[in-house]
Ligand binder design. Structure first.
Ligand code: ADP
Ligand code: F6P
Length: 322
């Protein structure tokens, strides 16, 4: 194994439940391997400001059950430019970091790649509730977020059925329908509208009317924010078919909360693997979960592929929603 005495660590982009278990695992595994960790606060913003501290196992006790990230996260426009990236690398060198672990989404991995391209070894850990990163079956936070959504929809269904109403639930997912689709399957939603599939509101309206005529008294429609707003869909249903609906925008309720068991284990596995893979000489890449195993995918491959939802799950949601 190449020698690394000290590595940097940061969380970047949107926070996601599972980041803390991952931070904890990085610290414990690094200590096990005799490597020091310099943690930067607020992602690349902290790297530019040299806002960092030596993080040890004392700093990670009691964080495994916490949502968000104890290292704080931020979005940093300056890091998209050469000048910012050079400053960040200068701070890594100043702190004698031989490598860096970036926990974040695909935007953060672009920053990680820029550092790697300039000669510092970097590994990413995929963390985003959207689960839209190629090279991992699940990103950190997705499972917790899906469970948050399911909890709320189950509650809304009580009112929907008691009042014989149609509800439209808007989930997060800027460019990905993963959360909407999976929560739709898990809650028995009547329709799921996702950015990956063109929707036909006339067809959905007909289905709602048919269901009412068959005595089915409530309807749940889930809309991923990247498709349209829940309010837009509500207005359209009213306009084209006189269907009255109630709208709930779940917003940041979805992203918070104690990480699920799955996200705690995933964060722990990928955090540990990130340290070991970095020490083995892997760089310019991400470590994700593929077929149950911690697996390296080069950033180039991550960026040149789209994580597909696949026709089977899309069809399943349709069949079960009838
Ligand atoms: P996420 O990592 O959750 O996808 P963002 O897309 O907001 O979140 O990216 C997080 C941060 O990563 C940005 O604020 C910026 O600092 C950095 N970043 C994003 N895109 C690039 C890029 N093309 N080059 C360098 N850094 C980038
Ligand atoms: O990338 C995850 C995500 O939750 C998206 O689904 C959403 O559009 C976005 O982040 C919102 O992030 P923020 O509120 O931090 O700008």
């Amino acid at each position: 194994m190449p020698t690394m005495n000290r590595i940097g660590l940061l969380t970047s982009g949107g926070d996601s439940p599972g980041m803390n278990p991952c931070i904890r695992a990085v610290i414990h595994e690094a200590e096990q391997q005799g490597v020091e960790v310099v943690a930067f606060r607020r992602g690349f913003a902290g790297l530019l400001d040299n806002d960092c501290f030596a993080m040890t196992s004392k700093d990670v006790s009691g964080i495994i059950q916490k949502g968000g990230t104890v290292l704080l996260t931020a979005r940093c426009e300056d890091f998209k430019y050469e000048e910012g990236q050079k400053e960040g690398i200068a701070n890594l060198i100043k702190n004698k970091c031989d490598g860096l672990i970036v926990i974040g989404g695909d935007g953060s991995f672009k920053g990680a790649q820029a550092i790697s391209d300039r000669g510092v070894e970097v590994i990413g850990v995929p963390a985003t509730i959207d689960n839209d990163i190629y090279g991992t079956d699940m990103a950190l936070g997705t499972d917790t977020s899906m469970n948050n959504i399911i909890d709320v929809i189950d509650k809304i269904k009580d009112t929907a059925s008691s009042h014989e109403r149609t509800f439209i639930i808007e989930t997060m997912g800027r460019g990905s329908g993963y959360l909407a689709l999976m929560s739709g399957i898990a809650t028995g939603a009547e329709a799921v509208l996702i950015p990956e599939v063109k929707y036909d509101l006339d067809k959905i309206a007909q289905r709602i009317k048919l269901r009412y005529s068959q005595g089915k008294i409530s309807n749940i429609l889930i809309v991923a924010e990247g498709t349209a707003t829940g309010y837009h869909i509500g207005r359209q249903l009213s306009k084209i078919a006189n269907i009255v609906s109630k709208i709930t925008v779940l917003g940041h309720l979805q992203r918070g909360g104690s990480p699920s068991g799955f996200d705690r284990v995933l964060g722990s596995r990928l955090g540990s693997a990130a340290v070991l893979k970095l020490l083995e000489g892997n760089s310019n890449c991400m470590v994700g979960l593929v077929k149950g195993k911690a697996t390296i995918t080069q950033f180039e491959t991550v960026f040149s592929h789209k994580r597909e939802l696949g026709p089977t799950l899309i069809k399943l949601a349709e069949v079960l929603g009838k």
